[in-house]
Design a protein around this ligand. Structure first.
Ligand code: PEP
Ligand code: MG
Length: 868
């Protein structure tokens, strides 16, 4: 294998091997943009190192060769005493993990070469010593594992109230000695002076950082596979810290919050790399660079345009200016908010850069779901206490907390919290995950808080500078003497950046209003409209709704449902009708039972009439009653107590006997579904009659009768015969089909299809039975541990498990269609509204997915994306 690639050898398609940063540095190099020379050590080398505990044998030699070539090209050797080449060592995995992994700058400095660097920079001693102290600080923290606070504290002590740029050469030289002392004290060894050794250790540290706890947590959150490893980039240093004609910045080619074109970024004069993101000093808006250094600014604008046209997408970049010369240090297709994703996609279509097909693939169902969350409707009279930057949209309300630990603790107790920090760092990730929203008083739209929150779709207001945050006192103060202490409720609006005291009520999103039928007016809604139309035209999968009431059915239709894929009739047995069900269960003879069924029938019919009307000629799959009967009866313990204390009536005693008789250890695996229909004569017949009568009353009604929990074709045949007879007698046409939700049904789908006109996969039960996971219990009991252990990346109840459950589904589809070529097949488990599972259904040749009304737009979009 080849473990090292020069920037001139790679390209953007090699992300698997070179990581995002390395691949894009290579791409920019090949575009002729000003990228400092360098090379990339592949993620394959990292994987080898992580698996074997040692780097591959060939690596050392390859690195030496590439370093040699770099030295030749630059005309100086790494750490050469009189004129040193310095390099940065930067991590870069396939998927960006902001702030999660390590970077070390200024490798190659030591007590000798620091003088060479000063000489090389025209006698700029301050710059040379500043670079050296940064090296020891970064190296000490990330490579040697020393607590970064020790260095920070030493720096603060020297600095006092001044900025870091106010420190003179001599002070920095003293600081270097202090830092070296910290290294000696903490590790028992001297700071390594040998430049090659520095580089070697830094590379290993980057490899190791792949498995740092915060990186593991981030990957789990973002569903990034755990075994990819990271590439490492070794880049000739360029310096933003050698005076006021130098600096460093970050920029977006358009606004990542709204998609609007323009100049968006932050710049920091006389600073190096991480200073911008870390919020050490306040940055200035990128526009002001035009005034400071017009030539570099103009060049940067041209490069940004080149990058957008080349990548045909929003890009974010990092750059450094060294004494008036612009260098590009990074670019990538940038993260953006959900709203911006939709807007940018159609803007790029209008600019002629991408097709509508591609625009649809550029947005996701998850992003659409985010746009359907409620938002604040003004401040509703609540006191507005600050305004920061609208870093990541949404409306979040919760108790203010000032540490990640507290956020996790309160969230664990079911509280909504807002994490308030001066600025966040990668250690705050757990708190950000636990919180409803994040509020910081420092840092711009590219700060850690903003970038990470946007990536997670979490509401964030950052840089609310009017706020004085005191983490140690667990409170912040706002202008006008407002003091907010831990536990007080605040509301933050990530769309406007406004912070309110107290709880602000939320209203529907404009995207939901559009789905409800409002005309698209704002740009975002127009973009959603165009993309949805194109997705609908492209998709092959039908989209139906799981709905049990006329109201839900009507909403589902407005949201674009083409029918109902699951109407759970047991939901119609609750509420005041419970009494009627109780009578049914307690009935002792045929006559009593029939009377109870007769009493239920008109109610059932009425329900179906309402739903058929709401669906106006579209198919409605009615599932016959499924859950265990005892769910309709009083609690065994309560009733026993009542009887034992003598407060019971005769009826209570009869009830208790019935409850005892029907009690099951494993109700989910007990008397449910078709089993119930076969055990209680007349129950299914009553339901089928109600469906038939309702269909006769509603012109154009298209009922489909679905039998649940079938495991053997014989069960289905018995029920089907009766149903078909009732339908024939009523003169009603209806398909009779079955759910496939037991493993045996899937395995014998060929036989079952002989008696079923359609299949609908009940993947909730199928997942439960294939994994042997009780769907009522496991998610609360041990799933979090399983997720931690990486046994699965996401709950199989959320995203369909392709390898296990998916294989059974595919088998049943193939066998079912072999017996009955025109078999109609859908899915109605929760997976029907899950993006990845929708793609699976498309790939597996299902006819439709069915999901809850609010997920319908998501399913339509993903079905379109799956077809493109
Ligand atoms: C299923 O099991 O996937 C299903 C849709 O039925 P229920 O959730 O009602 O058991
Ligand atoms: Mg089920």
């Amino acid at each position: 294998a080849k473990y090292v690639y020069d920037f001139t050898e790679g390209n953007r398609n090699l992300k698997d091997l070179l990581g995002g940063k390395g691949a894009n540095l290579a791409e920019m190099t090949n575009l002729g943009l000003p990228v400092p020379p360098g090379f990339t050590i592949t993620s394959e080398a990292c994987r080898h190192y992580l698996a074997e505990g040692a780097t591959p044998d060939a690596l050392e030699q390859e690195v030496a060769e590439h370093l040699g070539a770099l030295e030749e090209r630059m005309g100086r050797r790494l750490g050469q005493a009189d004129d040193p080449l310095l390099v940065s060592v930067r991590s870069g995995a396939k998927f960006s993990m902001p702030g999660m992994m390590e970077t070390v700058l200024n490798i190659g400095l030591n007590d000798e070469s620091v003088h060479g660097l000063a000489k090389q920079s025209g006698g700029n001693d301050r710059f040379a010593w500043d670079s050296y102290r940064r090296l020891i600080q970064m190296f000490g923290k990330t490579v040697l594992g020393i607590d970064g606070e020790l260095f920070e504290h030493a720096l603060e002590t020297v600095k006092g109230d001044r900025q870091d740029t106010d420190l003179g050469a001599e002070e920095l030289q003293t600081l270097v000695e202090t830092f070296k002392g910290i290294v000696r004290e903490q590790t028992g060894k001297d700071f390594p002076a040998d430049p090659r050794e520095q580089m070697r250790l830094a590379v290993m540290a980057v490899f190791d950082s792949w498995n740092a706890p915060r990186a593991i947590l981030y990957r789990r959150q973002e569903r990034i596979p755990a075994d990819l490893g990271t590439a490492v980039n070794i880049v000739a240093m360029v310096f933003g810290n050698c005076g006021n004609d130098s600096g460093t910045g970050v920029a977006f080619t358009r606004d990542p919050g709204t998609g609007r074109q323009g100049v968006y970024g932050d710049y920091l004069q006389n600073a190096q790399g991480e200073d911008v993101v870390a919020g050490i000093r306040n940055t200035i808006p990128l526009q002001e660079l035009e005034r400071l250094d017009k030539r570099s600014y103009d060049e940067l604008m041209t490069i940004m345009e080149t990058l957008e046209n080349h990548y045909r997408d929003l890009c974010d970049i990092e750059f450094t200016i060294e004494r008036g010369k612009l260098w590009m240090l990074q670019t990538r297709v940038g993260k953006r908010t959900a709203a911006a994703a939709f807007c940018i996609a159609v803007q790029l279509v209008d600019q002629g850069l991408i097709s509508m097909d591609e625009a649809v693939t550029r947005v996701t169902g998850d992003q659409l779901a985010m746009l359907m969350f409620p938002r604040f409707n003004g401040g509703a009279g609540k006191r507005r206490i600050a305004k920061g930057m609208n870093a990541s949209p949404g409306a979040a309300v919760g108790k203010a907390v000032f540490s990640s630990e507290r956020a996790v603790e309160l969230a664990g107790q079911g509280e909504n919290v807002i994490l308030v920090r001066r600025e966040t760092n990668p250690d705050d990730l757990v708190g950000m995950i636990a919180a409803q929203g994040v509020l910081t008083s420092r840092g711009g739209k590219t700060s850690h808080a903003a970038v990470v929150a946007r990536g997670m779709g979490k509401t964030c207001v950052c840089g609310a500078e009017e706020l004085e945050v005191s983490v140690s006192e667990r409170r912040f103060t706002a202008p006008g003497g407002v003091v907010v202490t831990e536990g007080e409720v605040i509301s933050i609006d990530g769309t406007s950046g406004v912070v309110y005291l107290g709880e602000v009520p939320v209203v529907d999103s404009s995207v939901v209003e559009y789905f409800e039928g409002a005309e698209p007016d704002e740009d975002l809604v127009k973009a959603v409209d165009r993309i949805m139309r194109h997705a609908d035209a492209a998709r092959r999968l039908g989209v139906r709704a799981n709905a049990d009431t006329p109201e839900d059915a009507a909403r589902a239709r407005r949201f674009g449902a083409e029918g109902i894929g699951l109407c759970r009739t047991e939901h119609m047995f609750l509420g005041e009708r419970r009494q009627l069900v109780e009578d049914l269960v307690l009935a002792t003879g045929t006559e009593e039972r029939q009377a109870a069924l007769d009493a239920l029938e008109p109610h059932q019919k009425e329900d179906f009439v309402g739903i058929f009307q709401a669906m106006d000629g579209r198919p409605v799959t009615v599932r016959l009653i499924d859950p265990p009967l005892h769910e309709f009866l009083p609690d065994l313990v309560d009733l026993s107590v009542k009887v034992a204390t003598g407060a019971a009536t005769d009826k209570d005693r009869a009830l208790l006997a019935a409850v005892r008789r029907l009690h099951e250890q494993n109700p989910m695996l007990g008397l449910r579904g078709v089993r119930l229909g076969l055990v209680i004569p007349g129950l299914f017949a009553m339901q089928v009659r109600a469906i038939a009568q309702a269909a006769r009353e509603v012109p154009g009604a298209r009922p489909e009768i679905m039998i649940p929990l079938v495991a053997a074709v014989q069960e289905l045949e018995a029920v089907r015969e009766e149903a078909v007879a009732i339908l024939a007698e009523a003169g009603v046409d209806a398909l009779v089909g079955t759910m496939i939700e037991t493993p045996r049904a899937a395995l014998t789908a060929g036989q079952i299809a002989e008696a079923a006109e359609f299949f609908s996969f009940g993947t909730n039960d199928l997942t439960q039975m294939v994994w042997g996971f009780s769907r009522d219990d496991v998610e609360a009991s041990f799933f979090s541990r399983y997720l931690e252990l990486g046994i699965f990346g996401v709950s199989p109840f959320e995203t369909l498990d392709r390898d296990g459950v998916g294989r059974l589904v595919a088998l049943a589809v193939a066998d079912g269609r072999r017996s009955r070529p025109d078999l109609k097949i859908g899915i109605c488990g929760e997976h029907g509204g899950d993006p990845d599972s929708v793609h699976f259904c498309h790939d597996t040749g299902l006819d439709y997915v069915s999901c809850s009304p609010f997920r319908i737009p998501v399913a339509r979009l993903e079905a379109g994306r799956a077809a493109l």
